[in-house]
Every structure is written in C-alpha cells, then in structure tokens.
Write a protein that binds this ligand. Structure first.
Ligand SMILES: [Zn+2]
Length: 478
C-alpha cells in the first residue's frame, strides 16, 4: 500500500506540468484585484447586511449577477429550477473553467461586527459561514479572468456559478443534476476559514429528511384515550435511532431537531415534525443507515398508532480531491501570502479570542500558509461541492477570513465577516483562484493530468444524486 502510494507520488513528480511562463499574468491579476478591493469589499459587506437564508437570497444573488453583467458577463438566472441560482459566462471555446460562488446566510445568528457578542434584534440571520465573502471573491476572480481573455492573454471560457442554499439546501446538487457542469474542464472553489490552506480534506456524504407524524388530537386530560400523539411518534423514533448509534459504523454522524412538537400540553398533538441528518465518509453507508432511520420512523408510527411520511430535503456526496490541481493551487497561494492585521485589527482579534473559551492559535498565523496535506481524510462537515467534484475535476482552498481559532457557524465568524479581517482574507482567495485559473488556461497539460486523476479516482461510479429526483426544496427554511 505504502509502496504504491510512493510510486504514484514519484510518477506525479516526474510528469508535473510546467506552469511557469505565466508569471506576468499572475502579477497583473494580483494587482488588478487589489485595485478593485474597495469595490469588492462594498459588495461583500452589502451581502453581509442582507444575510438572506437558503433559496431566499434574492437581493444577494441579484447584486452578484449585476456585478458580473456590468462587467460584460452573460448571466443566465433561475437555472436548475432555482430562482436564485445563476450561471455567468464570458468568452468562448475551450478550456471552460468554472468558479463556484455561494451567498446564503444561517438562521438565528445575526450579530454586529464587534469582538463581543451583540445579537441584532429583529434580524433573522447572519453570515456565520462567510458565504458573503465566498460569493464576492469568486465573482472578483471571474471578472479578472474575463479581463485577461478580453485582452487576448489567453482564450477560453470562464463561468461563474451562483450557487444558492449550500447550508442544508444542496443547491449545487440540482445544478449538477441539470447538467450545468457537463462542458466544464475544471472547477475552482474556496471557503472562508481561520487559516490559509489548500483543501485536501474530503467531506462527509450526507442525506437529510423531514419526518412528519400524524396523530389524532384530543383533550389531553379529559379524553386522552381518544388521542394519538404525533409527538409520541417522534419520541419513539428518536429513541430507536439513538439506540441504533451503538450498531452503526464509528464515523457515522446522525443529528436531529424537532421542528414541530405540538403547540400546547393540554392538546394531544395531531402533527409533529423532526428534521434528520445522516452523515458518513462513504455515500453507500449513508444510504444504508438512512434506510434504517426510515425503518425506525415506520416502527414508531406503528407502535404509537400514528402515521408517518417523510420528505428528503438534502443529499450531498463526499468530496473527490484532485492532488494535481491542489499542488498547482498551493504554489499560487504561497505566492499570494496570507492576511496581515493592522494594530486595530490585532486589538479586535485579541478581544475576540478571549470569547472563544480555549487557547486560540497565534494571531500571526493568519499571515501563514499551511503546507499541503499529504494524507486525505474525511473531515467533519459536508458540502454540496461534493456533487460538483464527481462531475468535473475540482480544487479549493480556505483562507483566513476569521480571527485564528474562530469556529464556523459562530457569532464570532459573523463578526469577523463584517470587518476588513474578512474582506482581506476574501482577496487572498480571489487572487489564488484567479492565478490557478490562469494556470489552467495557459497550461493544457495541467487539465489533462487533472482529468486523468479524476477519472481514475471516480472509477466506474455513475453519478446519482442522493436526494433522488425531488424538485429543489425551495421552502426548506420556512
Ligand atoms: Zn459554508
């Protein structure tokens, strides 16, 4: 096993595509993007203000679309039956390079851009995963590549994908299912984070559903015998699933929230709803365990004399990594460098770190670049980029948009995202993505090798969306 791995690395090293010779273009791209910083910061902070949740990102999507069309892109909106999804295209012919842009916020995390917890009253959501930066950096990189194509520095097509509802809505899955990536040679993406690194960590495959129990309502004290509690259905189901945890593979993650447990204790609830996620590094295992969760739901309904039905809400693949592209991206990230803080930002960061409750990494680590990882593991999260990675060779990075130590989905992440700590980190991503795309446009062997690796890793697997044939769950946040 080890020998085989060494052999692959050695072969790789011999055939490494030469991506030099395009350095002046990269220097130009870095300078152009830096010159556009104030404009892109404005776009990102505007989307931070909007903070719209999955499939409701009307204003955020419109702003990114306008930014692209004002810069000469041909924008097709409402793709894959999703009103807020879009594909913006510039150029013609091969290669076709795609860049993913996300822009949805998370419910319940509205927060001021301050280093102490300050929720915003009356506001529903916040950018706790930094997708306002994600969308803006990707648009910025796209616009720079368009400029270079327009100046005839190279030929080909650049496509910016506006991808809604990453947080649980599986937006990209519908876009993959609709064949929107079929003509693309490579896809670049990124994600906000608390360090600068090329992503060589996979993701957990994930399948989610809402289970709805139906019972009979009755006065809970006067005639309880006439009622059949829909909430009992959920409790029996949850109990069975929790016992199941002992008998499933170690790496499995199952979590649920009761989204409707009835309205009043003195009324036997005739309706209840529980929202489940099932995750595991392997999608086959996710499918098997999900089927067992369905059995628990049916068993619970039988025992409580209620009925149950369920709606698949989301489903995403694990992430297929591409080392060829990862190594190319690493060189560019090292050239760009990380994020340096002003004295005011250091004060902000120090204050924020005291709220984390653990010893955070040094603030200066935001300026460092992590070496590329040798081993690939599954990581803890899930992403619908996984489905894109089974359609086309895909490469991504994360950059330090948050103070080192800041976890995703926290108020601290929202706070950082509303400051220049966030927007400076965003520019590291924009530059690195633009430069990696320059490599792809100017080095055909890089694409050939990335495709070889992709086909070898994908094997004979034929893509099948984990969420089946359902229409986009446009109201999953209602
Ligand atoms: Zn995210």
């Amino acid at each position: 096993m080890l020998c085989a791995a060494l052999f692959v690395t050695a072969t790789h090293a011999q055939k490494k595509p030469a991506t030099t010779g395009n350095d002046p273009l990269k220097t130009q791209a870095m300078a152009d993007l830096q010159a556009g910083y104030a404009d892109y910061k404005k776009v990102a902070l505007q989307i931070w203000e909007y903070a719209e949740v999955g499939y409701k990102e009307v204003k955020s999507s419109a702003l990114l679309q306008k930014t692209l069309s004002d810069n000469g892109f041909d924008v097709k909106a409402g793709v894959a039956d999703i009103p807020t999804a879009f594909v913006a295209t510039y150029g013609s012919g091969k290669p076709v390079i795609g860049i993913l842009a996300e822009f949805d916020a998370l419910p319940g995390l509205a927060q001021e851009a301050t280093p102490e917890k300050k929720p915003i009253d009356g506001k529903n959501a916040g950018h706790a995963c930094g997708h306002h930066l994600f969308g803006t950096a990707s648009v910025a990189a796209g616009i720079e590549l368009k400029k270079l194509i327009e100046q005839k520095k190279f030929t080909g097509t650049i496509k910016v994908y506006g991808c809604p509802a990453e947080e649980g809505g599986s937006g990209k899955v519908y876009m993959v299912r609709a064949g929107l990536f079929n003509d693309v040679d490579a896809v670049i993406h990124w994600h906000p984070g608390n360090e600068n690194a090329v992503t060589m960590t996979s993701a957990l495959a994930n399948k989610s559903a809402k289970f709805r129990f139906h019972g009979i309502s009755a006065h809970a004290a006067a005639s309880p015998d006439r009622g059949r509690s829909a909430l009992d259905g959920i409790e029996a189901m949850d109990n069975m699933v929790n016992m199941m945890r002992e008998h499933i593979p170690q790496e499995t993650r199952i979590h649920y929230v009761i989204t409707n447990g009835g309205k009043a204790p003195n009324v036997v609830p005739d309706f209840s709803e529980v929202y489940y996620y099932v995750r595991h590094p392997k999608r086959e295992t996710v499918i098997q365990i999900f089927d067992r969760v369905v059995k628990a739901a049916n068993g619970a309904a039988m025992g409580t004399e209620t009925t149950v039905d369920y709606e698949i809400i989301g489903g995403t693949h694990d992430l297929l990594l591409n080392r060829t592209l990862g190594e190319a991206m690493q060189k560019n990230l090292e050239k760009v460098g990380g994020v340096n803080y002003t004295p005011e930002e250091i004060t902000f960061a120090q204050k924020l770190q005291t709220t984390l409750g653990f010893k955070a990494p040094a603030i200066e680590s935001a300026a460092a670049i992590k070496p590329i990882k040798a081993d690939e593991d599954a990581g803890g999260g899930s992403t619908d980029v996984g489905d894109v990675s089974y359609a086309v060779p895909t490469v991504g990075l994360r950059t330090a948009t948050w103070v080192p130590g800041t976890p995703a989905h926290s108020w601290q992440a929202v706070a950082c995202g509303g400051t220049e700590i966030g927007t400076k980190g965003m520019m590291v991503a924009a530059k690195t993505m633009a430069m990696t795309a320059i490599d792809l446009f100017t080095t055909p062997t890089l694409i050939t090798q990335a495709k070889e690796e992709f086909l070898k890793d994908k094997g004979d697997y034929e893509y099948k969306a984990l969420l089946g044939n359902r229409k986009p769950a446009l109201n999953y946040r209602d």
